[in-house]
Each structure stands twice: as C-alpha cells, then as structure tokens.
Design a binder for this molecule. Structure first.
Ligand SMILES: Cc1ncc(COP(=O)(O)O)c(C=O)c1O
Length: 369
C-alpha cells in the first residue's frame, strides 16, 4: 500500500533545504527582520507576477481582507456579498469592519454564482467580495457588470488564487484589488503565517501600506490610525525565492489536474473540477482539487484505509451554515447539496505521477466494488 498524505508539510522545507538555510543565514547575518530590502524586493516581484502596479506584504491573508475592506471605506451599515463556500476569514473580516456579511450561493465550478449575487443586492449593499477559490478566478465579467450596474466595489479574496486568470487578467486586477494568503499549504506557501495585497488602485495601495504599519508614512509621521500587520522580512525573503519558480509549480499542478481529469472522468458518481484546458477563458492554478462524490464519507474512509489523505474544506461547514454566528443555514441550494458531497483529494507539488495514479486507482476501485 502506498502512503499519499493530503499535504506533505516537511516537504515544503526539505524540497530545497540547502537554499532555505542559506537564505536564513544570509538574512540573519544582515540582521534584517522588519521592513527591509527583502520585503521590498518581494513586493516588487509579487506585483510583477500578479500584473498589478502595486503589492503589499502583510502578516496573513485574513488581515489582508479586513485592511483592504477598511481602506475601501467599507464599514457600519454596509452589506458585503461574499460566497458562502469560503473560509470564515472572509466573513469575519467583513464583520470586523462593522459591515454585514451576506452569503451567496455557488455554481457547479464551486465559484460564487452571479445569479445569487443579483438576488441579494439591497440599498445597503456596498461591495462584492468574491473568493477566487481552489486556484480558479471567478467569472469576473458577470461580477463586474453587476457591480457596475449597482455602483458596487469589488474586492477579491484571492487567498487561494495567486496566478489564476480570467480572460487573461490575473486576480487582483479587476477593481479594488486582491488579497493573498501565503499560509504554508497555499500554492505559494511561507514557513508560517504571511499574506499580501495586490492592486492597481493607488489610493488602496497607499492606505493599506499605512494601515499595516501603525498609520506611519515613509517620513515616520503618523498620519492615520493603523495596526501592525507587516510581513516579516525573513518570510518575504523565502517567498521571494519561491516566487522565482512559482510558475513551474503552477504548471505541475495543472499536469496533476490533467491526470486526475483523464483518469476519473469515467466515474459517473463524481463531479470533477474543470480540466486545465477545458475553457480557454480560465487559467486555473489548482490550489485544491475539489470534487463532488456520491457516498463521500465512505469514499473518504476507503481512501484513508488505503493510505490516501483527503480533506473536506472548512471542516465541512460553508459559512452560512454557522448558525452560532447568526447565519440561517438556509437559502443557498447548490452550496447546501454540494457540501454533502465535496471532498478534496491530494494536490501539491510533492506528488509524483505514481502517487496521483495511485489515488485515481483507489477511487476507481471504490466505485467499481
Ligand atoms: C479563501 C480564504 N480566505 C482567507 C484565508 C485566510 O488566510 P490566512 O490563513 O493567511 O489568514 C484563507 C486561508 O486560510 C482562505 O483559503
């Protein structure tokens, strides 16, 4: 029996151990820990990679959302529409700026459903906060046209989406910007918490830069209230190095997705994510490979017994099902049905083709029993 863990955390370090140790030593010898050159270099390269004018390194992807919402002027009395199929951090950030998070449904590619957004708009709606989930960019044409019609701001939760594109445009380029997470298991993962914000909007950039460093400008003058949400210089140095081969890692993820799509598409009990070249409008970077599976819980157990790790996103709870936070748990039919079936199978660059084929073989075995 093979062992294919859902995610291989030690591999993150071991994959290029010598280089990481050298980076640590080099930064340590310079004593460069906070707001140093490595952070500025990473921000420059991140903006280049994202195709945006600006990038800011932040402490984590959650801070990135709430600081960006704050910078966009979202606050008390405002409603913000977001996808229920996202991390609690998206809704919590809306809540923490004093606004009301309004959950929307998703559609068969698991991305926010523009038709659901339309139904949720009220006179209080100020913004749409779509999640660029699983390494896929939403149908931004539909979202931007709804936003235009109703005079709404669009801010992208691109925690899972760095590198994903819709019609050739990358995440973070559509309106106010995109927030990124560099959580270790993310496509571009650091050795701890880390996040960022990419944008073409100068005002958003300047505000987020101030908010992340106590409201202090380049001359050391405190010009507004702020926080401490700086990306550690050391993490920035690691991330900057990893960004250098990030495109190759995306290619590998797309290769793995292709293997899954070709070896699992014959199973009628499964609903798979779109294959890499299925729709030329989308360029997906496969942060996750999330499927819908009949008899999901039995499949999960069978795979576990056979050495394959899986994960149900958000612990199986879409945000609108969290009634302890005031949500009703009702009214989003696709999301509710989907959460009975969704499961993620291994998707990361530690996987060999043999690992991926083994996962396929086990899934085929389960449904052909
Ligand atoms: C969709 C989404 N939004 C927000 C976050 C929060 O990012 P972080 O864990 O870096 O705070 C995550 C990652 O955990 C995420 O997947």
């Amino acid at each position: 029996m093979k062992n294919v863990p859902f995610f291989n955390y030690p591999y993150l370090f071991k994959s290029r151990e010598e280089d990481f140790v050298n980076i640590f030593r080099e930064v340590g010898y310079r004593g460069a820990y906070i707001l140093q050159k490595d952070l500025r270099d990473f921000e420059d390269n991140l903006a280049k990679f994202a195709g945006t004018k600006y990038a800011v390194g932040l402490a984590n992807g959650t801070d990135a959302i709430w600081l960006a919402l704050m910078a966009a002027g979202i606050g008390k009395g405002d409603e913000v529409i977001f996808a229920s199929h996202t991390y609690i951090a998206t809704a919590a950030s809306i809540n923490f700026v004093g606004a009301t998070p309004i959950p929307a449904d998703c559609k068969s590619d698991h991305m926010i459903d523009p038709e659901s957004i339309k139904k949720l708009i009220t006179p209080k709606t100020k913004a749409i906060l779509p999640t660029q989930l699983n390494g896929r960019c939403c149908d931004m044409d539909s979202i931007m046209s709804i936003a235009k019609e109703h005079n709404l701001i669009v801010l992208e939760d691109a925690a899972q989406g760095l590198g994903a594109k819709f019609k050739g445009k990358g995440v973070g380029t559509f309106d106010k910007g995109g927030t990124i997470s560099f959580y270790p298991a993310k496509n571009l993962g650091s050795f701890g918490d880390a996040g960022g914000f990419v944008t073409n909007d100068k005002d958003m950039y300047e505000k987020v830069m101030l908010l992340r460093d106590h409201g202090r400008n380049d001359d050391g003058v405190f010009v507004m209230w702020g926080f401490n949400s700086r990306l550690d210089n050391l993490q920035a140095a690691f991330l900057n190095y990893k960004l250098g081969y990030y495109s190759e890692e995306i290619d590998r993820r797309r290769e793995i997705a292709n293997i899954y799509n070709s070896n699992l598409s014959n199973i009628k009990q499964l609903h798979l994510p779109p294959a890499p070249n299925e729709d030329q409008n989308y360029f997906d970077v496969y942060q996750n490979y999330e499927i819908e599976a009949e008899n999901r819980d039995q499949l999960k157990e069978f795979l576990k017994q056979n050495g394959v790790g899986t994960l149900i996103q958000w612990g199986g709870q879409p945000v609108h099902s969290i009634t302890s936070l005031g949500f009703t748990g009702k009214g989003l039919p696709y999301t509710e049905e989907m959460f009975k079936k969704c499961i993620m199978i291994p998707m990361n660059t530690a996987l060999t083709n043999e690992d991926v084929l083994y996962v396929c073989e086990q899934i085929n075995k389960f449904y052909n029993k």
